[in-house]
Design a protein around this ligand. Sequence first.
Ligand SMILES: Nc1ncnc2c1ncn2[C@@H]1O[C@H](COP(=O)(O)OP(=O)(O)OP(=O)(O)O)[C@@H](O)[C@H]1O
Length: 445
Amino acid sequence: MPARMTEAPLPRLLILDDDADVATAARLLLRRRFSEVMTLQQPGGLLAAIERFKPDLLLLDLNFAPGEADGAHGLTVLRQLAARRDAPAVIAMTAYAEVDLAVQALQLGAVDFVTKPWDNARMVASIAAALARRAPASAAGSPLLGGSPAMQALRAQIASVAPTEANVLILGENGVGKELVAQAVHQASKRTAGPFLAVDMGTLPASTFESELFGHRAGSFTDARQARAGRFQAARGGTLFLDEIGNLPLPQQAKLLTALERRQVTPLGADTPEAVDVRIVSATNLPEAGLFDPQQFRADLLWRLNTIVLRVPPLRDRPDDVLPLAAHYLALYARQHGKPLRGLSEAAAQVLQGHDWPGNVRALRHACERASILATGSVLQPEDFALPLHAVAAVEGKAPLHLARRERDAVAAALAQAQGNISQAAKLLGVSRAALYRRLEKHGL
Ligand SMILES: Nc1ncnc2c1ncn2[C@@H]1O[C@H](COP(=O)(O)OP(=O)(O)OP(=O)(O)O)[C@@H](O)[C@H]1O
């Protein structure tokens, strides 16, 4: 019997374009993907419209007046939105060849840009990607799904830890939901009206580490034309989420430690330090043995960060969570991609639950997105999730061996490995090129 699924609400779209025809064309193209579409021709009412209408996405023409081309108005709007917590994701629209303008829009926080006149497929893809990226944040409030005993215990820990000011270290494999846990801590904390700012410590270049985190004054180094606040200042009154903390090289660990010990930071080029008012939540997928190895991680920094440790268990250790998560994401993607909502066959449910999910919830989410886009039947089958063959075989046990399907999988795998090179794929499979062509035809590959 197909599993029941919860309905995810359709997102809302706001279009700001001074050309009524363009706004109408966009509305007609996109209205099936949104519960409501609102159009504005003047920027004056934009902030009020955002408060009232609460759009998930804003399609923003950067040039408001006919003939205008410098995009100054649109960039001003983007700057205003950057300061707001309720700002929608923004896709900027520019005239053809305004590449510099598009780049500036992206730097100011737009998630993508499309050039006018747009290509419908490109516009739809851009919108789908923007909404997908926004999905975890917009689930804020009750985003941490899963009723397994492990998740219930984790939620209880979050509830008791969040209202304190204690620093929290979140441990768990890739994709288990550490960032969602960090957001949940912030949302249940006394700082919930302040910002939640995530910084990926693994990718901060060593050369700009201090400027990124602590800020800089104008002229403090060659490229520092304007003063800039660091993440510590930007997160003031809120929570600073230091992700991938285990990847921070030792020299940067020392700088971070100093800031945390003194609870103040000195922007590059400044004479006086500034007090820090942030709660630190950090996360790593490093195994605990690695964290406790002083060659990799300073014990004194660890001691500052891990006042409270929250462990998020891998998905394979909480199989009860798999089907509710799958149902949630299948419903979400069915909506987002305008596909019919499909249930899971018994076999698919078993395969999903029995899989060991090395990529955890992120991988399950991707598998659900793929299935909701590519599946053709009314009920989802194991193969729609494109899991490695052994996962399907392990659960099917004594079920028929599905020779045709395995042959198709083997051919597809060989083609992928050979990067589409037919001769090489044929060699990998131990068949002639002609035999491979026959199979490609047979399986519609
Ligand atoms: N309990 C959950 N309920 C709903 N969605 C979840 C849950 N856990 C994880 N996800 C989803 O899985 C994806 C990965 O989650 P998240 O980014 O929080 O993991 P992570 O542990 O921080 O990953 P990484 O270590 O790779 O940065 C996100 O899309 C998130 O929305």
